[in-house]
Each structure stands twice: as structure tokens, then as C-alpha cells.
Design a binder for this molecule. Structure first.
Ligand code: GLN
Length: 492
């Protein structure tokens, strides 16, 4: 085993025993990245250079992530270092401040890698094919997608090219790539982790969260990034428990709800089998499983694509060639006439945004427009409340809910890129957690016949991440999946 093959908790132990140094970890990671990046392309702006880290501002003695490298998605701001959301329109953008999660990580002594991880442009997508830098390739099968939009982070963790990684999740962008890459991904409760410095996609749905090799690392990273932040008015002032204390391998008496609406047509039969085996495993461990109903599930995708695009169209209005990143060099802007500023905006946005971003801006503007606002946007908000009520009802009886993370395993590169509706359906099982604001985790639970990983999703009440950790840890500790790694890691 080399250092890059280890988990953060294993490295922390070795560091505390002074068996290794932080620079040795970085050296080992650098070697692995050099070996695999030409095939996987998990990072952007790597340029074949040695990986560098951002300056760590300060760290207290004994802080938990001291010396541990953390890889960061390209939509999380790092002071003075490129953060481009994998979009041409943000090319050259260096934020003048750190996101709160970055500040907290630096204070905990973590080493933030300067190259960021690849993503769908502005987090719009489910495959990481919508990146202006091109796709990331799945370490389990290079012909397949990594999921998205945090695909670079998930692939980096799966290929041992990252120790810990951060992603963001608006409708499944942490959990679905974690599932496709066979790693752990958590979307925290809305308000648990500060969004300050996360470049906004849909502000009422976005959350930053961990992508890690195992459940313990996920708890460690959550301990560092969680907590109230006055810079984010939607962050909630609630105590942050030590999540590692919830890592108890015992689910006896825990009540798990299995929603009927998630086991219907469209669910790949192999994924279904693997999930059913996982449920049986949890029963063997003493959990009590019962069928439940989330009756408004069928509206989740439609509601999401109204609310998320409405918010995105408004959030993206600021990219006009004046304040951030790219500006069109088109001659039009030189004309001295009243329309020239407007022309510059138009030209910049036409050249700077990719086609999925444009599709969402158009859709979002439409649903917010006079005459349609009530028919679409307002109605979607009402159905969102019904979806939230469904969860409240189930959580009166159950401690958590279990579902597949995604209806399929990783699909082939190019397979869905020209069919947005099919792509949108990749998130059918993950979107509801964002609409309801509840926490959800995806953990590896087996493989299909092509050797592709399957993810198990666990959902809990708002701010009950401890329940997720407990169930996930108990399952993980009694199964071998989290220890399995793609062959490419060991090939010469
Ligand atoms: N795939 C979903 C979308 O394209 C979710 C993306 C996300 O969570 N950022 O909107």
C-alpha cells in the first residue's frame, strides 16, 4: 500500500505517530495523479505540473485534518486561485476570498490542492460531459461517464488521486457520481454547511458536501465543514455534533422505510437486485424494514427543473462580461451607439455559456415570465411543499429511508448527451432530498454484471446526519464494497 491508497483517518493516525510527513502524502498523491490523469482527467488546469497546494493560513495544534490533502470542485471559491465552474464565461476568474468551507479546512490544517476537480458547467448535468474542459472518464470503465456534476471529485477519490474531496449537490451532484464511481458522497441538510463562496446554481437547493473513500472519512470532513456562518443567511445556527461519535456498527431496532415509488419501471433490474440484497443485509443486522409511500415522488423531476432553472436563470444574470471572467472581443462593443453595451452583454453570453447553460437560462426565464409564473413556478413551489410533507409523514414512523441512488449504473460516454430529458431522469432518486432540504448519503453496495458500482442512498430527517452515519457505517463495516478498487489503480 502506498500513501495515496489510504484513507484520511489512516493517514491521520500515521501522521500522529510521526511515521509519515504531510509532504510524503502529497508526493505520493502527485505520483498517482501523474500516472492516471491522462486517462481519467479528474482535475482541470493540471498542465502536467507538480500539484501545488494553497497557502494554509493557520492551524491549531492537534486539529483533525492537519496535513491532509483536500481536492475541491471548480465552483468553490479559493482566494486568488482560479475558480471557473468549468465554464468559458468564468475563464480567468480568481475570487478575492475563500469560501467558508475552504477557510474552515485551512484552519483545520488541511492542504487544499490548487488544481480543482472537473464538473459540468455551473453544475448543470449528470455526467460531467458539460465541462468546457471535456469529460472525466470513469476509473471502473474508461468508456463510461463518472456521473455529475461533481464527477471530477468522485473519480479522483475512486482512483486514489484524492484523499478527500468536496462536491456540491443541487439535485444529486454529490450522490450520483459517488454511486457511479463506488465511493461515499453526502449531501448535508440544507443550512448545515455554509454556501458562502459556492458559486450559486439554485440557491434554495445547493449544498456543499464530502466525497470520500469511506464513511469515517465522510464524518471527519463533515466535522470540519459544518456549522453556522453569518455570511450565509440560510445557514442554521444549530449545534454541530461530533459525527465520528455516530459511527456505531449497530442498527438493531432502527426503523427503515422503503418507498414503493422508487422500485418501479425504469429501475435497472440488476440495480434492484443489489439494493434488495443490501436491504436484507440491514435486516440481518437487526434493522426493521417496512414499505412506505412518498406519493408525490412522480412530480419531483418536473418540480425540480422548474425551480432549479428559475433560480439558475436569475443567478447567472450576473455574468455579463463586466465583473467576472470572459468578455467577448467582438467588434460590436466598439461601436459608439446606445446599443453597444447590450450587444457586448449578448455577445459575451452567447460565446461564454455552453448549450446546457443556455437551455437552463431560457427555461428558467420562461417559467418566471409574466403570464407563466403562476402556472409553472408558483405551482412548482406548492408541489415542493407536498413533497416535503411526504417525507415528514414517513419520518413520523421511520428513522431513515433507503432507496437506490440512481436507477442505473454508469452509462456510456455520449449516450445521453443529446437527449436532455433522458439525462434529467438520471436524478430521479436524488432530487427529492434537495427539494425537501433533508440530508442523504450514497454508499457503495455492490456491482452489476459489468463490474460497475451500485450506490445505496440513505435519507434522514433534517439535521439527523448522525442517523445516516450510523446506518451507513454499520452496513459498510459488515460488507466488503468500500475496500474494492478499480483495477486501473494497480496497473503499471
Ligand atoms: N443533474 C442535476 C442537474 O443537472 C443535478 C445537478 C446538481 O446537483 N448540481 O440539475
Amino acid at each position: 500500500m502506498e500513501l495515496h491508497n489510504l484513507t484520511a483517518s489512516e493517514l491521520i493516525e500515521k501522521l500522529s505517530l510521526k511515521q509519515i510527513t504531510p509532504d510524503e502524502i502529497l508526493f505520493s498523491l502527485d505520483k498517482q495523479i501523474k500516472r492516471l490523469e491522462s486517462k481519467i482527467k479528474a482535475y482541470v488546469r493540471l498542465d502536467g505540473n507538480k500539484i501545488s497546494t494553497l497557502p494554509t493560513i493557520s492551524h491549531l495544534e492537534g486539529t483533525s485534518l492537519k496535513g491532509i490533502p483536500v481536492s475541491v470542485k471548480d465552483n468553490i471559491c479559493t482566494d486568488g486561485y482560479l475558480t471557473e465552474c468549468c465554464s468559458k464565461i468564468l475563464s480567468g476568474f480568481k475570487p478575492p476570498y475563500d469560501a467558508t468551507v475552504i477557510k474552515k479546512l485551512k484552519e483545520a490544517g488541511a492542504r487544499i490542492l490548487e488544481p480543482k476537480t472537473n464538473m459540468d458547467e455551473f453544475a448543470f448535468g449528470s455526467s460531467t460531459e458539460n465541462s468546457c474542459f471535456g469529460p472525466t472518464y470513469n476509473p471502473w470503465d474508461l468508456g463510461r461517464v463518472v456521473g455529475g456534476s461533481s464527477g471530477g471529485s468522485a473519480a479522483a477519490v475512486a482512483a486514489d488521486e484524492a484523499i478527500l474531496a468536496l462536491g456540491s449537490d443541487t439535485g444529486g451532484s454529490i450522490r450520483q457520481p459517488a454511486s457511479f464511481c463506488g465511493v461515499v458522497g453526502l449531501k448535508p441538510t440544507y443550512g448545515r454547511v455554509s454556501r458562502y463562496g459556492l458559486i450559486a446554481f439554485a440557491s434554495s437547493l445547493d449544498q456543499i458536501g464530502p466525497i470520500t473513500k469511506d464513511v469515517k472519512d465522510c464524518a471527519l470532513l463533515m466535522n470540519t465543514i459544518s456549522g453556522y456562518d453569518p455570511c450565509d443567511s440560510t445557514s442554521v445556527d444549530i449545534e454541530v455534533p461530533d459525527f465520528t461519535k455516530a459511527l456505531i456498527p449497530d442498527v438493531k431496532g432502527i426503523k427503515i422505510g422503503i418507498p414503493n415509488e422508487y422500485f418501479v419501471e425504469g429501475l435497472d433490474p440488476q440495480v434492484k437486485n443489489v439494493i434488495e440484497e443490501a436491504i436484507n443485509k440491514l435486516k440481518d443486522l437487526g434493522a426493521m424494514c417496512e414499505q412506505v409511500s412518498l406519493p408525490h415522488t412522480e412530480y419531483a423531476v418536473a418540480v425540480y427543473y422548474i425551480i432549479a432553472t428559475a433560480e439558475a436563470s436569475s443567478n447567472l444574470a450576473r455574468f455579463d462580461g463586466v465583473q467576472y471572467g470572459y468578455r467577448s472581443k467582438s467588434k460590436i462593443s466598439k461601436k459608439i451607439e446606445s446599443s453597444s453595451l447590450i450587444e457586448m452583454y449578448k455577445q459575451t453570453r452567447a460565446e461564454g455559456f455552453g448549450s446546457e447553460a443556455k437551455r437552463r437560462i431560457i427555461l428558467g426565464t420562461f417559467v418566471l415570465s409574466h403570464g407563466y409564473y403562476e402556472a409553472y413556478y408558483l405551482r412548482a413551489l406548492k408541489v415542493r411543499t407536498l413533497i416535503k410533507n411526504d417525507f415528514d409523514n414517513v419520518f413520523r414512523e421511520c428513522d431513515c429511508i433507503i432507496t437506490p441512488t440512481s436507477p442505473t449504473t454508469a452509462f456510456k460516454i455520449g449516450e445521453r448527451i443529446d437527449d436532455p430529458l433522458k439525462m434529467y431522469l438520471s436524478d430521479i432518486y436524488t432530487i427529492s432530498a434537495n427539494l425537501a432540504g433533508i440530508p442523504a448519503i450514497s454508499i457503495p453496495c455492490g456491482f452489476d454484471k459489468y463490474g460497475l458500482p451500485v450506490g445505496l442512498q440513505i435519507l434522514a430527517k433534517p439535521f439527523d446526519e448522525e442517523m445516516l452515519f450510523r446506518v451507513a457505517y454499520a452496513y459498510e463495516q459488515s460488507t466488503p464494497w468500500h475496500k474494492m478498487k478499480p483495477k486501473i489503480i494497480f496497473e503499471q
